[in-house]
Design a protein around this ligand. Structure first.
Ligand code: AMP
Length: 176
């Protein structure tokens, strides 16, 4: 996984002082690293029953789309509130200041379908947990949540694993 980690660029103090932004656009632009990343995200689920991949806006769309293609399954966009055109269901979650909400189309999942959640990075786990709760609310069986990057100091992977959903992450960075 070293080559995957090396392909991720770190931007200090973005979007605000003290945050080390882990920028995966450099990884997305590197053909070998992108293929290795998608292969590694797919590997634990090859041969398993997956009906759909749900990707979290916006970088989760890129990766989740590639993972869905590789698994030959459909894709569900998990979007920020107000972006989807048809009937939606939503799930709000706490931010450092205030709350945010993610939405999917109400008919995106057939009850009982096995869904894999994909995003680029897990920090506090709030976004991923909300996406999982949302999918479960419409009857999905969430079989896993997969990320390129984990920031273990923020405890998100532990938080999601505590809900009973197995977590896959390829690389870790210290700090937040
Ligand atoms: P969280 O809900 O705290 O787990 O935050 C996860 C979401 O915020 C993901 O969609 C990430 O893309 C983004 N994010 C949080 N922290 C960082 C960071 N240090 N670098 C890049 N993206 C981040």
């Amino acid at each position: 996984m070293d080559h995957i980690k090396r392909a991720i660029r770190t931007i200090p103090d973005y979007p605000k002082p003290g945050i080390q932004f882990r920028d995966v656009t450099t990884l997305l632009g590197d053909a070998a690293a992108l293929r290795a990343t998608v292969d590694a995200l797919v590997y634990p689920y090859a041969g398993r029953k997956i009906d759909k991949v749900a990707g979290i806006e916006a970088r989760g769309f890129i990766l989740g789309g590639a993972v869905a293609h590789q698994l030959s399954v459909g894709f569900i966009p998990v979007r920020k509130k107000g972006k989807l055109p048809h009937d939606t269901v939503g799930q709000s979650y706490e931010l450092e200041y205030g709350t945010d909400e993610v939405e999917i189309h109400a008919d995106a999942v057939t009850p009982g379908e096995c869904v894999l959640v994909v995003d680029d990075l897990i920090a506090t786990g709030g976004t991923a947990e909300a996406a999982i709760q949302l999918l479960q609310k419409v009857g999905a069986e969430v079989v896993g949540a997969s990320f390129i990057v984990d920031l273990p100091d923020l405890g998100g992977a532990r938080r999601v694993a505590a809900t009973g959903v197995p977590v896959t992450r390829l690389v870790e960075f210290e700090g937040d």
